[in-house]
Design a protein around this ligand. Structure first.
Ligand SMILES: [Fe+2]
Length: 277
């Protein structure tokens, strides 16, 4: 074996080379895929990585068909001076799933950390394992969540979409339930281009309790992992089972991530998409 694998808490696995200088492409993809199915997050750390974004995309193609955006295959996540959207801001991003506003929902997210923020400056990517959240939740909470449907609308540079999704739904390819939820941005916090959110099936007087219960579960240490980036990290995550967001970071501190979305095989058509322009 040319790598060592260590469990992360409370889920995920970190894979590191036994001998320095090994390239990430030398890792056996079947083993990594097995880790992905079992652990939902696979962190590859300490390997040499990619020459450029094209080389990164080429690696991602080994995992499956890449979801193509108007900007191409690789999203360059770098803070912008006057961001038109929160993804290019330095502030926090609430929990959501990728592809919720797109015709197809990708199964894999593959991140490559070109430049990590300095230690102590924030910017961790946050992940909640919704399979664990459901397993650990009290039955009365699950009963409430099971009655609620989220109605989400969002307009940004690349789409103007409406999506409707039950809070609890089946994993599209496996035999267990997952949570699909776009957490409302924290009240009082500045947030660039927020979506319109509505939640049907929960009586008015219970709305606050509903969000609180769900957020407590998603951010509970038993279900939550925040990835602190190091230069050269490659992270593969399960977008069907997890929700993710971002912690705020010090503005102008370096943070450059590349992200590629890879479809399941066959690709999964977004069941909740009501309109897409
Ligand atoms: Fe995202």
């Amino acid at each position: 074996m040319n790598f060592k694998a260590t469990h992360l808490k409370p889920f995920g696995v970190i894979v590191e080379p036994v001998v320095q200088g090994m390239n990430v492409k030398e890792l056996d993809l079947k083993s990594l895929h097995q880790f992905f199915l079992q652990e939902q997050i696979v962190v590859l750390r300490g390997f040499s990585t990619f020459r450029d974004s094209e080389d990164f995309a080429k690696y991602c193609e080994l995992w499956g068909e890449i979801s193509i955006w108007p900007f191409g295959k690789v999203l360059e996540l770098i803070e912008q001076d006057n961001p038109q959207d929160h993804i290019f801001d330095h502030r926090y991003v609430p929990m959501h799933w990728d592809g919720m506003y797109r015709p197809q929902v990708p199964e894999y997210q593959i991140f490559h950390c070109v430049k990590a923020p300095l230690p102590g400056h924030g910017g961790r990517t946050t992940f909640s394992n919704t399979v664990l959240a459901l397993k650990n939740a009290a039955p009365e909470l699950k009963e409430l969540w099971g009655k609620v449907t989220g109605i989400y609308q969002r307009k940004m540079e690349f789409y103007n979409s409406k999506t409707v999704s039950p809070i609890i739904t089946k994993h599209p390819r496996r035999d267990f339930s997952v949570i699909r939820y776009n957490e409302p941005p924290c009240e009082g916090k500045d947030f660039v281009n927020p979506p319109d959110l509505e939640f049907a099936g929960v009586p008015g007087e219970k709305v606050k309790e509903f969000h609180q219960g769900l957020q407590d579960a998603l951010y509970s240490p038993a279900n939550f992992y925040a990835h602190e980036w190091q230069d050269g990290d490659v992270v593969i995550t399960d977008n069907f089972s997890l929700l993710h967001g971002r912690e705020g970071f010090t503005s102008k501190s370096p943070r450059h991530l590349q992200r590629v979305q890879v479809q399941s095989s066959p690709p999964f058509n977004n069941p909740g998409l009501e309109s897409y322009k």
